[in-house]
Design a binder for this molecule. Structure first.
Ligand SMILES: Cc1ncc(COP(=O)(O)OP(=O)(O)O)c(N)n1
Ligand SMILES: Cc1ncsc1CCOP(=O)(O)O
Ligand SMILES: [Mg+2]
Length: 351
């Protein structure tokens, strides 16, 4: 037989945990726009209710004494003063795991199986928090990108010079794509590339190689269909990285969404001199991809044969981010070429 104080603690922490889960669920649903993450928060809430439902409900309610609670009205500094929805989520996750811990300890005496179920929920809550933070933070950073330039070269000096000129011309994100460079040199170039991008305010992405991206401190990695899977790359990151995934058709897109990358590239939109043999996916695929992605929270970038002359066609289809290689890096002035595309985008997206 538990005493009344224990029931009071269980009742208070059950309410605290449910409320925290609501905050987490709403953040996943309305800020992250991800049905799978909000579904996991909802499932946790239902499982918590089912676990506590096994205790005697009458005793829980009889133990409640809000008016006599000496903690009511005691506020710590900054409580209920969250600057962002992400901060509210993190505070909710902390409250949730604390409440679950208190619940598990207090329920022990009444029911060991219920206490064990609550402990399992606590570990699931830690995992959910981690999955949400590792997904939502990088997506938010990537969503600020409009112009993404891919610098393709195996010459270190050319890569670094192009990266500086493109960033100076307004590229928001630059990818280092050096397909034939030995690892030692690739790592050294990646370190300099990351520095240049950081100094000039562009995101730095390394193509193909999560190991080089993580070791060089890049903002992200881009993975193709033949590269390491997104889930495995995530396990190797040292801090939350932007993880991009190439897709060229509906079935690749569905598989990519399941792995929850930060963004998918949709393309090729047009024929491309950078990959002359690749089949064009076309603007219909891009239009459909954008619709499908809207309910996932996964960001996008259109790619393949994009120039300042055809970018408006994509913007009209709903594209908000474009990745460009040849039209910028083969131009007499890569910085001017970036500016031309950025201006077109700014004009369209602000109008
Ligand atoms: C933004 C972006 N999208 C697609 C690709 C192509 O990746 P992948 O199919 O792995 O081919 P390679 O570029 O590795 O030859 C990309 N690099 N960047
Ligand atoms: C790397 C890549 N993958 C699909 S299309 C493409 C090349 C994009 O380059 P470009 O802008 O020169 O067409
Ligand atoms: Mg690749």
């Amino acid at each position: 037989m538990m005493d009344r104080a224990v029931y009071r603690i269980i009742d208070a922490n059950f309410n605290r945990a449910r409320e925290a889960l609501r905050v987490m669920e709403e953040y996943c649903r309305f800020a992250v726009n991800n049905g799978s993450l909000s579904g996991r928060a909802k499932q946790l809430r239902h499982e918590l209710c089912a676990a506590i439902g096994q205790l005697e409900q009458g005793k829980l309610l009889a133990g409640r004494d809000t008016l006599g609670d000496v903690g009511v009205g005691q506020r710590v500094e900054n409580q209920l003063e969250r600057a962002t929805a992400a901060e509210a989520f993190t505070a909710g996750a902390r409250r949730l795991t604390e409440a679950l811990r208190a619940l598990a300890e207090m329920v022990q005496a009444e029911s060991k199986p219920v206490a064990a179920a609550i402990e399992r929920l606590r570990y699931q809550a830690y995992t959910l928090e981690k999955d949400v933070v590792l997904f939502a933070g990088p997506v938010e950073r990537f969503n600020r990108v409009q112009l993404y330039v891919i610098v393709t070269s195996d010459l270190p000096a050319e890569i670094l010079s192009l990266a500086s000129r493109c960033a100076a011309g307004g590229a928001d994100c630059i990818q280092l794509r050096a397909k034939g460079m030995p690892d030692e040199r690739l790592f050294a170039v990646a370190v300099e590339f990351v520095d240049i991008c950081r100094d000039l305010g562009a995101l730095s992405i390394v193509n193909d190689r999560i190991d080089i991206a993580a070791a060089a401190g890049a903002d992200g990695v881009h993975l193709g269909q033949d590269d390491l899977p997104v889930e495995q790359a995530r396990r190797l990151q040292l801090s939350p990285l932007i993880v991009g995934k190439s897709t060229h058709n509906d079935s690749e897109l569905e598989r990519a969404i399941g792995a929850m990358p930060s963004y998918v590239s949709l393309g090729p939109a047009f024929t491309t001199v950078t990959k002359p043999k690749i089949e064009v996916a076309g603007t219909d695929y891009i239009r459909h991809g954008l619709q499908r992605l809207a309910e996932t929270g996964v960001s996008h970038v259109a790619i393949g044969g994009i120039t300042h002359e055809n970018v408006e066609l994509l913007l009209r289809a709903g594209v908000q981010r474009v990745a460009v290689c040849a039209a910028v890096t083969e131009a007499p002035s890569p910085a001017d070429a970036c500016r031309r595309i950025k201006d077109k985008m700014a004009e369209f997206l602000s109008g």
